[in-house]
Design a binder for this molecule. Sequence first.
Ligand code: ATP
Length: 609
Amino acid sequence: MRTSWADLSANSAAENASSAPSVNKGRIGSTSAATRPAYVPPHLRNRPPSAVPAPAPVPAYSGPASNTVHGGSHWAGPRNEYRPGYGGGRGNRSGGWDRGREREVNPFAEDDETEQPFTEQENTGINFDAYEDIPVETSGDNVPPPVNTFAEIDLGESLNRNIQRCKYVRPTPVQRHAIPISLGGRDLMACAQTGSGKTAAFCFPIISGIMRGQPVQRPQRGARTAYPLALILSPTRELSMQIHEEARKFSYETGVRVVVAYGGAPINQQLRELERGVDILVATPGRLVDLLERARVSLQMIRYLALDEADRMLDMGFEPQIRKIVEQMDMPPPGVRQTMLFSATFPKEIQRLASDFLASYIFLAVGRVGSSTDLIIQRVEFVLESDKRSHLMDLLHAQRANGVQGKQALTLVFVETKKGADSLEHWLCLNGFPATTIHGDRSQQEREYALRSFKSGNTPILVATDVAARGLDIPHVAHVVNFDLPNDIDDYVHRIGRTGRAGKTGLATAFFNENNASMARALADLMQESNQEVPAWLSRFAARSSFGGGRNRRSGGGRFGGRDYRREGSMNRGGSDYYSGGYSSGGYGASSGGYGGGGYGPGVTSAWD
Ligand SMILES: Nc1ncnc2c1ncn2[C@@H]1O[C@H](COP(=O)(O)OP(=O)(O)OP(=O)(O)O)[C@@H](O)[C@H]1O
């Protein structure tokens, strides 16, 4: 049985380890070989005994003596050659699987058990042709060339097996470019459209790097302090949970252990998971700060830092927490750790802030920065506030009529406030449309239940605030309705990106009225950029509108935003060229109810965290 292999291989590899010469000299926190617990390299921890190579003499390791990544490569060591049985390293309980005590649950089996209301397989039908003509921009020194296939990248056998299990046949464009850059040890700021596979683009190099990297001896500071090697931060609990689930699949049987920590859930369970060992910690900032302050997590061994939705993580709401985590605790500085920032949108002001966290980084834009994918058909309809509900009802009736076997297609409806979400949900249910809701006033349990119920099709309508706008990968969302438009065009891009994912098509409808006049220009420009039909009335609004409201970055016309800010010479801060008025009304983190009340002050709960 697969799970027992872990124990056997752990024992056998541990025995091998004790007889092998150590190549683990001079690393951070290393101790003498005599006192070191036996090390089992991650890639061997879950192997069947037959797969464990004989304890061959270990060749002198020619790679770097530490994990520094100053423009160098992690790959100076022999490629394709794992080094079983070398001594020292990660024996204590804060890293890797707690061997002998725990069995790795097969995350793919969990998938099979989940109710599958839709017959279509998720990833087999990816339409790569949709990505053929996508423009790619890279800047920075010595950019590693892209690859065309996973086979060209040396990710390691067990990770490759998991890629197959995920049914990923080819890398998506962002993966083609980003993975070689990260494997080359380079810092990266990557911008690619929603649903284009960014999660795997940062997870694969991290998992592969940990599998192959120098073994680590965690400090003995406190038996209960966990020392992750990689930290992945994301802005919402649900997104962190999703990244955790994905990363567990990618790291299955690699021996790399992934743990998640997020707010709103009991901390004790998370503490227990951390105590069992952690290589990759996926977390929301608030809960992580809590764990750091309790000294239950130390960032001192971090080799890889990834910020998903990086622009959101560095906007006014989150920036102080992120600075605290990254700059004021014990995390190694840029250049020592490797840092990867990913998002579908990257305002230049945020790029400038983000550069504090990076060393000699490469900027990658796949598609235009902040653009939506052409796969999403965008419609904007002029609807007065008082008519919104009946208009939504018409859309839902039409959709039901076109539904497969009388089933309502999954529809995600975005509203501005938490109260608005509850009241719309109630009204929909009264009118025969099973709906549920997700927002910052709901308990975490309720939020998770709502999401599950939506995914399974039990309640095919989900009314949400912006808490569901970013990152969530819910298969089969056919329609996103912006019942209330956001104040920020980037939020619009992320919201509509919940459909039309992984090469599939989707539909997004926005209700627009005078209250949204400040968005007209940005919306019209975005639609034009994505080859959508812009209604004449919207163009008229756009021509009339001034740029006081949201972050209306499209004022210059033509190609927008698809740029590394370093190329622009000086920043045009506060000017009208880009995001004019961006930090004023409705700008970053200042949105009203949509963000669940902000929640950044003490005692205030945040929907984002
Ligand atoms: N190489 C691949 N082949 C097929 N499917 C893939 C591949 N890479 C990723 N996917 C699938 O594509 C979907 C979208 O991926 P992911 O959630 O990582 O997108 P994203 O770019 O992070 O989106 P967002 O900007 O909304 O966060 C997921 O269901 C994922 O499993």
